[in-house]
Design a protein around this ligand. Structure first.
Ligand SMILES: [Zn+2]
Length: 190
């Protein structure tokens, strides 16, 4: 009987290990699509670490609150490339960040924009990996969004690449943009 129980133990252990969600497997993450444009936060959005964990998915929390990076060239990138006109909002607080007007395909594997569409972005210097990068953060909830690079030779009006993690965004397709304007959302720059 003992070998039988040993085998049973090993089998159960294997099942338990396989069933464990791998915390780093974010390949199925997507840009959440929202039907209605979110209400625009009028002031800073502050939450405790615990509250953020409750309202964000694990990868949204990892990227927005812990300055993580989603894997490039995943489902999100394919989704981003096929999305039509619309507006991108902060997945943390709903602030408008970018629109399809400024998006372009950089080939980098991450959603790219040549400029923000609203004044809800702040830039910080990030030295985390040994050299200077310019970090993009949401100025309403202070969530990390990605980095901005410039002078790479892209034929865009700014030659800047806002390299953004898709999990930091929600997307509202164009038919809802007029709704957001009616609601008095932050006017887009330009
Ligand atoms: Zn935000």
């Amino acid at each position: 009987m003992q070998p039988f129980f040993f085998t049973l133990f090993i089998a159960s252990l294997t099942i338990v290990l396989i069933a464990q969600p791998t915390r780093t497997d974010y390949s199925n993450a997507v840009i959440r699509e929202v039907k209605d444009a979110p209400d625009q936060p009028l002031s800073e959005v502050k939450k405790s670490d615990e509250e953020w964990q409750q309202v964000l998915s694990p990868i949204e929390y990892h990227v927005l609150r812990k300055a993580g990076t989603e894997p490039p060239n995943g489902k999100i990138y394919q989704q981003f490339k096929t999305q039509g006109e619309g507006v991108y909002y902060c997945a943390g607080c709903g602030a408008e960040l970018f629109s399809s007007k400024e998006k372009f395909d950089s080939g980098s594997g991450w959603p790219s924009f040549y400029a923000p569409s609203a004044e809800n972005i702040k830039l910080d210097i990030d030295q985390k990996i040994g050299y200077k990068r310019v970090e993009i953060r949401c100025n309403k909830c202070d969530g990390h969004l990605g980095h901005v690079f410039e002078g790479e030779g892209f034929q865009t009006p700014t030659d800047q690449r806002y390299c953004v993690n898709g999990v930091c965004l929600t997307f509202s397709p164009k038919e809802d943009v007029s709704t957001s304007e009616k609601k008095g959302a932050a006017p887009t720059k330009k």
